[in-house]
Design a binder for this molecule. Sequence first.
Ligand SMILES: Cc1cc2nc3c(=O)[nH]c(=O)nc-3n(C[C@H](O)[C@H](O)[C@H](O)COP(=O)(O)OP(=O)(O)OC[C@H]3O[C@@H](n4cnc5c(N)ncnc54)[C@H](O)[C@@H]3O)c2cc1C
Length: 359
Amino acid sequence: MYEFAVVGMGIAGLSTAIRLRENGYDVVLLGDEKSASASCAGIITLQLEDVKDILLVKESIKIINDLIKDYSIDEVGVTCRGFISIEDSMEAQESAELLKKADVVFKQFDAKDASPNWPWLKISEDEIVTYTMDDLSVEADQFIKFLIKIAREKGVDLERDWVKEIVFGERHKLLLQRIGEVEADVVILCLGAWTRDFLSKNGIVIPVIILCAPAYRFKIDEEIMAFSDEVYESYWRPGVNRTIVGGGYHAEIANDPSLFFQKPHLRFRNDAEKLLRLRLNGKIEFIEEWSGPISITPDLDPILDNLPGYENVFFLDGLRGYGLMRGVALGYLLADIASGRKDLDSVEGYRLSRLSNLF
Ligand SMILES: Cc1cc2nc3c(=O)[nH]c(=O)nc-3n(C[C@H](O)[C@H](O)[C@H](O)COP(=O)(O)OP(=O)(O)OC[C@H]3O[C@@H](n4cnc5c(N)ncnc54)[C@H](O)[C@@H]3O)c2cc1C
């Protein structure tokens, strides 16, 4: 019998469980390592289009820096500090205004000044480079393994099994896929793209669409910094052993969970490679590709709420393509709300009711 059962071992579930444990609660975390989080490109950047998202990432980076401070970067999976984006001058001006509003330290460079700093980058005269030095990039699967280790070290009990069904009651009973059951006072569902189907079994409809997005790893000659190309639309970060990981902004609808990790289309890979060659000199050699699910709400904000009709059951979903970077701060927030340290009304803009006109 636990005080809290957190379901889902992606970034949201792990962060929630870690925070609950930090505050001294008795926590079990259920699920397995196969997640969007472990399959994602691994970029954590403050260069987003919405001030409240930038503030979430700022908070996430603060928490991550604290969690990793006693470990080597290899152990954590960090491959890069800092991030640059390439934009036209108008976009760069808008980005600067957003970053200022969120009180983020950044620098901007025109092509002439950018070239000596990032000689590997092909940039044209009318483009601007925005540099945020606090950002980081990780090998995502290694980073998730590291967080699982941290959760265990902090005293979170891990149950590597899927939850088949939950019998809600005064004490909730979570029936496991393989064997047995777990009881808890409070249940927190961090099921990512699986949330919609799981809730629909309990008669709860959430308006999210699920997309399947690909990522690629190429071998390269250069040592690069993580970057996004907002002109031709691709994003990249350095990986281990002189590789580069990222892709174009490609995605397709994947309603069926069996399609969540499907092999990407060859045309997406060809396009991603073409986009990369627009920015990088030297030899580029394809190594591997994979994909994962992304769940998106109509207003692009996450849903963080309790389950309608159940005061002590909470869920978090809709982290879209920015879940690794925002998920840590959101998981901490969710833990504080579920344990009564913060009020649900403080996240009114993330509650399901804001979307009620849609369903
Ligand atoms: C190709 C790609 C690249 C991306 N790149 C980035 C990036 O660079 N930066 C960034 O910030 N974001 C990125 N994202 C988005 C990011 O991966 C997601 O937003 C984020 O991982 C969502 O986290 P989550 O914890 O909500 O879900 P997930 O990480 O998917 O975790 C959900 C977990 O719940 C488990 N689960 C589901 N049902 C059950 C059940 N019944 N019982 C037990 N467990 C269950 C699943 O197995 C899974 O482990 C990318 C996504 C993709 C696909």
